[in-house]
Structure formats: structure tokens, C-alpha cells
Design a binder for this molecule. Structure first.
Ligand code: SF4
Ligand code: MG
Length: 283
């Protein structure tokens, strides 16, 4: 049986020291081992951004896609091979700006994949511009007088889009984050997990201390019922989307791919499909 070490490779992440993304990578590796996967059972698909590098740092199948397109690729992988546990990952810019159309439709489609957003409330790779998650008034190179726009609430969007699994966590809370990723991987449907992941280099407002002061941990709210959609929306709105924990889960809805046969079920798996250069040019 695989252990955490089996999901590590010898590539050293080039994230800045202290970046929250390190812990998210560790949580994914731990969760994969804890749910009993082998590296060849897991596919990690990422978008573009600092966080997009994650698919290269985990010993599993990996695909580093283009900006905002991790979800179409991840859904394609799952539709083709049902035996894989498929995980998509990317930043808040990747998933909630250019990729937002895909995010909403993947949520409502309910394909059995896990989507982790590494949410630092800024564009890190391009050196610090306002993202859809930046708060009103947030000053960056692209908004020197402060952002005029309101921040998006991904939890409200996910719930409104019909998500069957919604969780949120903080990169510093490795225990909670690992457990939520495990639950997301085991959920039979689309699992949306937003993770606060501080950008220590460019975001000097939403720091580790800021998150620690503002997070509301559902593990300290004993009466909370994650199967109650109305309660979930009320709590998200009451806390300004700062909830962490399992926010909502609906196990009654069947996943998209359970209605459609995959390559294997259609007898198409492992076929050696080759086309000539001439045929390719005519496509
Ligand atoms: Fe992390 Fe920010 Fe550095 Fe990117 S720029 S690696 S998000 S700390
Ligand atoms: Mg970002």
C-alpha cells in the first residue's frame, strides 16, 4: 500500500518560502495515501498561476493545462477513465476569472472529480494584481487607488450552482485540509474545496495572521448541519464567506459520468488508434 512518500517526486517546488501552496501540496499527498490510492490511481490537472505548478510536484499522472482550463481537461480525463481519482487544482484567478464559466458548469454537471482552488486573493505569478477574490479597496499595481469591485464569494456561487460538496479550509490547518480532501475524493460527485493560501510576497493584507483572526471554523459550531442547504447559505453570508470545514454535502444526486459509459465500458480502452499524417492534416 502506498504511503505519503510514494506521492513525492524529486522536483523541488519553486514557490516562495512561506507560500501557502506548500501545505496544500502536502495535504493532497497525505489525503491520497490515506484513502488508499497508488500513484497510478491519481491524475492531477492544473491551470496557470503559481499554484498551477502543483501537477508537476506530485508523483501521479499530471497535466499542466492552459489558463483557466484545468476543469475541461480534468472532466475529459474522468469521462475517459473512470478508474482514476481525478483532482483539478489552480488559483483564484485561474478558477474565478478566466475559468469561471467552466467552474460553474462543472459544479452543476456533478462529474466525480475534486477541484481545489488555492485562493490567495491576488495574482501571484504576474507579480501582484487584483483578482476576483480581492476585497473592495484592495491596493495593487493594477488598482493603485484601491479596487472598486466587490470580491466574489466562491461558496455562494458554488451553492447557487448546485454543488453537491462544498468545503473551505486554510493552508495552515493541515489536519482539517487533509481530511476535507479525503472526503472530497470519496464523495461521488463534484467536490469543490476552496483553500485560503497566503501569498507572502505580494499580498500584505490577507496574511497568515489575518486569516487566523477572521476564519470561522465550523468544527467549533456544533449545531451546524452540512446537509441543510439553507443553513449553509445563511452561515456563508453571516460570516462573509470566512467559514472553514465541510459546508455542504448532498449524497443523493448521482454523478454525471454514472449515466454515460466510459471508454472501457464501450470496449474502446487500450486500442491502438493511429492516424497517418495525411489523415491528420485533413482533420
Ligand atoms: Fe506563493 Fe505568492 Fe510566491 Fe506565488 S508569488 S509562489 S503565490 S508566495
Ligand atoms: Mg491567486
Amino acid at each position: 500500500m502506498a504511503t505519503l512518500k510514494d506521492f513525492r517526486n524529486n522536483i523541488k517546488p519553486n514557490w516562495c518560502p512561506g507560500c501557502g501552496d506548500f501545505s496544500i501540496q502536502a495535504a493532497i499527498q497525505r489525503a491520497a495515501a490515506n484513502v488508499g490510492l497508488e500513484p497510478e490511481d491519481l491524475a492531477v490537472v492544473s491551470g496557470i498561476g503559481c499554484s498551477g505548478r502543483i501537477s508537476g510536484y506530485i508523483n501521479a499522472y499530471g497535466f499542466h493545462g492552459v489558463h483557466g482550463r484545468s476543469l475541461p481537461i480534468a472532466q475529459g480525463v474522468k469521462m475517459a477513465n473512470r478508474e482514476l481519482t481525478v483532482l483539478a487544482a489552480g488559483g483564484d484567478g485561474d478558477g474565478f476569472a478566466i475559468g469561471m464559466g467552466h467552474t460553474v458548469h462543472a459544479i452543476r454537471r456533478n462529474i466525480d472529480i475534486t477541484y481545489i482552488v488555492m485562493d490567495n486573493q491576488i495574482y501571484g505569478l504576474t507579480k501582484g494584481q487584483t483578482s476576483p477574490r480581492s476585497a473592495e479597496g484592495f491596493k495593487t499595481k493594477s488598482t493603485p487607488a484601491g479596487s472598486i469591485e466587490s470580491a466574489l464569494s466562491p461558496l455562494e456561487v458554488a451553492l447557487a450552482a448546485g454543488a453537491t460538496f462544498i468545503a473551505q479550509s486554510f493552508s495552515s490547518n493541515l489536519k482539517q485540509l487533509t481530511s476535507l480532501i479525503e472526503q472530497g475524493m470519496q464523495h461521488k460527485g463534484f467536490s469543490f474545496i476552496n483553500v485560503f493560501s497566503p501569498c507572502v510576497t505580494f499580498n500584505k493584507v490577507n496574511t497568515y495572521d489575518w486569516f487566523k483572526e477572521n476564519i470561522v471554523n465550523l468544527e467549533e459550531t456544533p449545531d451546524y448541519d452540512p446537509t441543510n442547504r439553507v443553513m449553509a447559505m445563511t452561515k456563508i453570508m453571516e460570516t462573509g464567506s470566512m467559514l472553514t470545514g465541510l459546508i455542504y454535502q448532498n449524497t443523493a444526486k448521482t454523478s454525471y459520468e454514472s449515466h454515460v459509459p466510459g471508454f472501457k465500458e464501450q470496449g474502446l480502452a487500450n486500442q491502438n488508434i493511429q492516424i497517418t499524417e495525411d489523415e491528420f492534416n485533413k482533420l
